[in-house]
Design a protein around this ligand. Structure first.
Ligand code: WTA
Length: 653
């Protein structure tokens, strides 16, 4: 590689040899364009249906869609059994790599099937029936995936709660869903340390007046001591291995609920996003096949997400397994025990497809390319990115250092709500511009519109850009079917902004590039994106004002070179906190947010201020606080009650 500074390319066409063997072709767009519903029917037939569907889409009760009406299938059967029945039982489903070096397991599809069947039988014995909810609060161990699939097999909805979330976050989710069971581990490894997890479950449940939870099932992972409640708590290894490995999967309606996944919205209360079976699995399988160009016989696929997020659901569990993929699942953090770990894992398993988040790419950039260059990464043939816009510099670095400047990169835009990828290049087909997710996938329709719903025109590559709102103007199979227990909030949040047109409002700002490609610019609502994790300003504000010393709090996301956005808080203290210095108070507040929500939500900065900028109607002007946080000139302050408040805020920064 030469380090001459010739002009960097702005367009990356697909390499010819990749294009020659690609799953996707240009015709896919034309086919979907010609008859969208017929196209989706064809994709649905990637799956095994016990009863075929009679209608592709029923959109009469909008915004509540029904896809593949009348069809019946079992999601777990589709992800596991049918590969065994097709003679691929010996294929590795999961190369599991534990955080402690040397702690690894290989699980074939036949073994996975037995394990899922045993777990399904054990969960049935513990009283679960179709329609129940189960919270899964686990690190990245194989049993977490087995637990999800066992729920799916039984028609029980899982609600996976990221194991980095606090006990109170778990409590709120268990309560909202009235979960009958929590599946967890005794503890988890965090950067080489075994820390407890089960204790957090006990904490969460102790805080509930009337706990819906009948059983807590505990997987032994670290062998640390755990608190125990006789009768309620059950060891996984005492019930699952003893259960029979035969289990007949029941076929459920295409619209039978599959899972709940809580995500941040613009208020403090997380929303339980609901997904159902047939449409979700169809789009998970379809996108995984084409966007990742999966060749199940030869590829080794690795998605570095956690199952606590939607990426882990769709692109670790349901997409890859429905396609019979062989994948790596890694338990730990990228720097454990050293910064070489991810590269060692790629080398060890011969990973060919690697899917990660821009924030991790920037971390690798910070560590330096020598680390990557110390390893043989030649097995990699496709790279992916998700979670936030990837800056062109990181995109080029990723391609150069991971991909030897030859692999395509798929920058996939989607959301917890969309269930699966929506806007992304097709590898082997699309010429890519670094930083752009390019265009909607075949079968998907998206537009960028202004306040009145008029579609924007393409922007020139240089100079003024016109930005607008990203909307999805046609329903899609893996779309969310609602918010658990709150149909009004569902309609209000996603379908009211462009109610007249009947479009889904994604909450992201975007612009068209000169070739009509889509550049997603990030959230335009009060949701922040910290290293690809969605956190609402309201959630953090509510954690801050939950502290007895805080009178008022305002939180904004300020741009950050490393994490995309960083949390910046402004607080007004109550008079009586006087016995503590501001510094001590700030430390305490950061710890409080971490305890209440998660370490991910810990503010980068907290400023103690005498006042907050408000409009005459009492609304906090976050836009102006963002200007302050990012050190910009202030925007329009004419609607403020007291424009002088900024002098005071600046003085305290
Ligand atoms: C952002 C993650 C730009 C976006 C799958 C979206 C992206 C939110 C991209 C959803 C991308 C995700 N380019 N922005 N490729 N992917 N986003 O629900 O703001 O955790 O609305 O789903 O992440 O985050 P969520």
């Amino acid at each position: 590689m030469t380090e001459t500074h010739t002009e960097v390319p702005t367009l990356y066409p697909p390499p010819a040899e990749f294009a020659a063997n690609a799953n996707a072709t240009e015709e896919l767009y034309a086919e979907a364009e010609a008859d969208r519903l017929a196209f989706w029917a064809e994709q649905a037939n990637r799956l095994a249906w016990q009863t075929p569907f009679s209608e592709v889409l029923d959109w009469s009760d909008r915004p509540f869609a029904k896809w593949f009406v009348g069809g019946k299938l079992n999601v777990a059967y589709n992800c596991v059994d049918r590969h065994v029945e097709a003679g691929n039982g010996d294929r590795v489903a999961i190369h599991w790599e534990g955080e402690p070096v040397g702690d690894a397991r290989t699980i074939t599809y036949a073994e996975l099937k037995d394990e899922v069947c045993r777990a399904a039988n054990a969960l049935t014995q513990l009283g679960l029936v179709a329609g129940d909810r189960v919270a899964i609060y686990m690190p990245m161990v194989p049993e977490a995936i087995v637990a999800m699939l066992a729920c799916a097999r039984l028609g029980v909805m899982h609600s996976v709660v990221f194991a980095g979330f606090s006990a109170s976050a778990l409590r709120a989710r268990v309560e909202d869903a009235a979960a009958k069971m929590v599946i967890t581990t005794d503890g988890q490894y965090r950067r080489g340390q075994a820390v407890s997890l089960k204790a957090g479950v006990d904490d969460a449940l102790a805080g509930l007046d009337d706990s819906p939870v009948e059983h807590v099932v505990v997987v032994r992972r670290t062998s640390i001591d755990v608190p125990w409640t006789e009768g309620r708590d059950v060891w996984w290894d005492q019930v699952v291995p003893a259960a029979p490995a035969e289990h007949t999967p029941e076929a459920f309606d295409s619209e039978h609920p599959l899972f709940l996944l809580y995500t941040s919205g613009t208020t403090g209360k997380p929303k339980g996003i609901m997904h159902t079976s047939g449409g979700y699995l169809t789009q998970a399988s379809y996108t995984h096949h084409y966007v990742f160009d999966l060749k199940p016989e030869s590829d080794v696929y690795w998605c570095t997400a956690d199952i606590g997020w939607v990426t882990g659901h769709t692109y670790i569990v349901y997409g890859p397994l429905s396609n019979g993929a062989t994948q790596v699942v890694y338990e730990g953090t990228p720097a454990s025990p050293t910064e070489h770990r991810h590269f060692e894992v790629i080398e060890k398993y011969g990973v060919s497809i690697y899917y990660t988040a821009p924030t991790l790419v920037r971390t690798f950039m910070k560590w330096g390319r020598e680390i990557a260059f110390a390893h043989d990464l030649s097995s990699l043939r496709l790279l992916g990115s998700v979670g936030e816009p990837i800056n062109p510099e990181a995109w080029r670095w990723y391609r150069l250092v991971f991909g030897n400047d030859r692999t395509p990169i798929v920058d996939t835009w989607w959301q917890t709500e969309t269930g699966a990828a929506m806007i992304s290049p097709l590898p082997g087909v699309t010429s890519c511009k670094p930083g752009s997710a390019m265009r909607p996938l075949p079968g998907i329709s998206a537009k960028i519109v202004d306040d009145d719903g008029n579609e924007l025109a393409p922007s020139p590559d240089h100079g003024e850009h016109v930005t607008g709102y990203l909307v999805l103007d046609k329903p899609w199979p893996s779309m969310l079917r609602g918010i658990w227990g709150d149909p009004e909030r569902f309609t209000e949040t996603y379908w009211s902004r462009f109610a007249e047109q009947g479009w889904y409002f994604a909450g992201d700002g975007a612009r068209y590039g000169s070739d009509g490609e889509i550049w997603v610019l990030g959230r335009i609502d009060d949701v922040m994106n910290i290293s690809g994790h969605r956190i609402s300003t309201a959630e953090v504000e509510s954690a801050l004002v939950g502290h007895s010393g805080v009178a008022e709090a305002a939180v904004v996301g300020a741009s950050d070179d490393h994490t995309g956005q960083a949390i910046c808080a402004f607080v007004i203290l109550k008079a009586h906190h006087a016995d503590m210095s501001h510094e001590q108070m700030v430390d305490e507040l950061r710890a409080e947010v971490s305890r209440e929500i998660s370490p991910i939500a810990k503010p980068r900065e907290i400023h103690v201020v005498p006042e907050l900028p408000k409009t005459r109607s009492g609304k906090i002007m976050r836009r102006l606080l963002r200007d302050v946080a990012e050190g910009r000139e202030l925007g329009d302050t004419s609607t403020l009650v007291d424009p002088g408040v900024f002098e005071a805020i600046r003085a305290s920064k």
